[in-house]
Ligand binder design. Sequence first.
Ligand code: GTR
Length: 432
Amino acid sequence: MLFSKHSSSLMALLVVTFLCNSFAFAFQPEGYNYDEAKVPAYSLPDPLKFEDGSAVRNAQQWKTKRRAEILHLFETEVYGKSPARPACLHFEQTSFSDNALDGIAIRKEVSIWFNKEKTGPHLDLLIYLPKQKTPAPVFLTLNFKGNHSISKDPQIKLSQQWMRASSNSGIVDHRATEKSRGVASSRWPVEMIIKRGYGLATMYYGDIDPDFDDGFQNGVHPLFYKKGQTKPNADQWGSVAAWAWGLSRAFDYLETDCAVVSEKVAVMGHSRLGKTSLWAGATDERFAIVISNDSGCGGAALSRRHFGETVERINNVFPHWFCGNFKKYNEKESTLPVDQHELIALIAPRAVYVASAKEDTWADPHGEFLSLLHASKVYELLGKKPIASKQWPQPNKPITGSIGYHVRTGKHDVTNYDWNRYLDFADLQYEK
Ligand code: GTR
């Protein structure tokens, strides 16, 4: 069939419109609220009131009792309780180079096994460290597409794990290929991090639990089933909690590495992995800094605002992310015994940074800021300065202190702007 010049440009316009619509659909699904005026009236649980209604009067009461109450509620009602560190962890360095990234870095790969026989699942940790005589502070992160996706460095082991289908990522039949090398490098300014004097340690989140709903038959969950158990109980760990648990196991390794300052490990994650970094920071107090990039619903955003993604939608589309009990709160956010500002409060008094993106309305950027604002009084109780601004700041005007925040212009992503803020924030905390 022949097209006239006119009809082919009409076709092109239709294709562009279709692509734009599907792009918009991906980040702003229809039928959800994106209007601040339509946020329902809500009242948040008070982090400084015990469950019996009495007031938390001092830091000691927070540390010994109130923090544990909140942690227990998140464990049993939201993310699910995770097992303790396994008795046997086996670390094996599988590669080493002291001449990586054109000679500025050390690169090593370490496998974390759960038994000495090296059977069952294992986690592959990729580590870049600045070439220097003294140990380095480190950013620990999970990645979406395999360690090989963060850089074109051909020496990085190509992941053999199941991967989510993704266009332009060289993934064929859910497996990475050589074409997958470096496909996510725009989110990983490794040289910049190294030149600022920090290390970067990263691990593919699918090593811990592949990100699809298989009733928890793969990944690390089955390692911990009691006799006869086939899936986690309603108050036991979903995938987000498992990914966070994996970050703690990576920390277990970092503690043994004398090239790393284990008191200066920042955990950072984007989107579902931002939800994960917040939960890792809440459950593992070894993390000195906790960073959430565009984490949204079930992350930094307040659930009760019902803005963008909702509890019901996240539980329906991703039934494996949270624990079984979390489903009780579908369309019933006001009955949640906690809200996400209390997740931030669990990180106090350690440094926390939440980043939003202006166009990422699905993640409720304003609601992400409000969580920090409402957690601020716990920081104050613990002797830290409150959040530096009570007003949601303008785009690209970061606020800093022990509580850091920015809303960047642009969409749901991790950019060099974000990383520069995290590096500045770490410099401030470590007085570098
Ligand atoms: C979306 C999900 C968000 C966010 C994001 C991601 O589909 O609705 O909560 O986690 O995925 O992780 O990429």
